[in-house]
Write a protein that binds this ligand. Structure first.
Ligand code: MG
Length: 159
């Protein structure tokens, strides 16, 4: 079989009074992500991993933040759009593994909802979508609650 691997990384700054979306799920929080889109940093990293697997560039290139079409966009729409690219027609997602570094709030209660939502959008079983969360033990910009950092890895296979 023909396999490809991709990895993605994204960071968004946190600010008070903004809604927090992660993995396609609204997370109850006093802070949210500063962004042109809904700021779903987990989906952005996942999109970059999917694009990387086929060497298709990055989401900044595909959905520029200078384009008002993507202003406030639900990032699940970006994820669906990546998988609808003609280049993706012959490929299927084998699995995805996402690591979210966020100091607060605790994400454990939302992990299953994120796995369900992401697998739904990608059209694969939740057993193929891993979402993990960690703090950074109060170190660095994540630890100071200034932002969130996400890494994503995907494996895709030719149908
Ligand atoms: Mg982003």
């Amino acid at each position: 079989m023909d396999f490809r691997i991709g990895q993605g990384y994204d960071v968004h700054a946190l600010a008070e009074g903004l809604p927090m979306f992660l993995g396609g799920v609204r997370i109850p929080s006093e802070t949210g992500f500063v962004a042109h889109s809904d700021g779903d940093v987990a989906i952005h990293a996942l999109c970059d991993a999917l694009l990387g697997a086929l060497a298709l560039g990055d989401i900044g290139h595909l959905f520029p933040d200078t384009d008002d079409r993507w202003k406030g966009v639900d990032s699940t729409e970006l994820l669906a759009a990546v998988l609808k690219l003609p280049d993706y027609r012959d490929w299927t997602v084998v699995n995805a593994d996402i690591t979210i570094a966020l100091q607060a709030p605790k994400l454990a209660p939302h992990i299953e909802a994120m796995r369900r939502r992401l697998s739904e959008v990608m059209g694969i079983s939740p057993s193929r979508v891993s979402v993990k969360a960690t703090t950074t033990e109060h170190l660095g910009f994540v630890g100071r609650k200034e932002g969130c950092e996400v890494w994503a890895v995907v494996l895709i296979a030719r149908k």
